[in-house]
Design a binder for this molecule. Sequence first.
Ligand code: ATP
Ligand code: ZN
Length: 283
Amino acid sequence: MLKIAIQKSGRLYEESVKLLKECGIQLNNGNKQLKTVAENFPIEIFFLRDDDIPQYVYDSVADIGIVGENVLLEKNKEIDLIYKLGFGKCRLSLAVPKSMKYESLKDINGLKIATTYAHITQAFLKENDIQAEIHEISGSVEIAPGIGLADVICDLVSSGSTLFTNNLKEVEVVLKSEAVLVGNKKMSEENKQILQKLLMRINAVKTAKNNKYILLNAPNHQLENIAAVLPGSKSPTIVPLAEEGWSSVQSVVNENDFWEVIEKLKELEAEGILVIPIEKMIV
Ligand code: ATP
Ligand code: ZN
């Protein structure tokens, strides 16, 4: 049985549960127990505070876990980063009062920084040869300058609206973070195999999200050109239509190239273009 630790409530909870569900793992966590065993996969899920997850994984209480990279780096435990999950994106940034003159990091010299990320902040200051005093607090960092506890803060930001309402401005990005799958370094062979199965499923879910299935009708004289702009998994599927001289073309397109490909297809006389989400994609 593989044990996975996920956040019990908060910003990573929903996406973590969704990911497991998309991997076909059924959990019945209606009453929010501390832990639950999946009905159809050899995995037990622990619901914990995100800050505790690296320690639990390090101690083998859980074999793997889902946490922000920010928490992984701050806790600095000897555990593996197995997979970047692509959700929970945010950045750890330095922010100063709006009224403060800020030109470069040197302006931080001699000031007091409030943060919950003392370890990462310390390393960042050292790397940049800045002397500043770190004041570690456990929450509501954004109010620290307003109440005179510190001059500047180092805190998580996504939209920046919290900073704005607290009269602060973001001046340096210390770390870019997203949710990651972490793992204990000494897992049993049996658990390693379950993890491989889980990773295969996570990959299928993630790959599917990054790709779209596309169907279109094209005049036969353009088929070669259309095939050239549709890389697909191997090559596009081409089926003749009842109407003479026309074919249906089916392929997979990566989200990153999507609009560019659509524009080219239109230029190549494609008609009736349908774009369909893919649920799972095993490559
Ligand atoms: P817990 O009760 O589990 O300790 P928490 O309050 O420490 O929860 P959350 O605010 O739920 O944590 O954030 C969990 C993670 O979500 C963060 O560590 C970070 O990786 C990520 N995250 C994404 N966007 C943001 C954001 N705007 N602010 C804070 N964290 C964010
Ligand atoms: Zn936390």
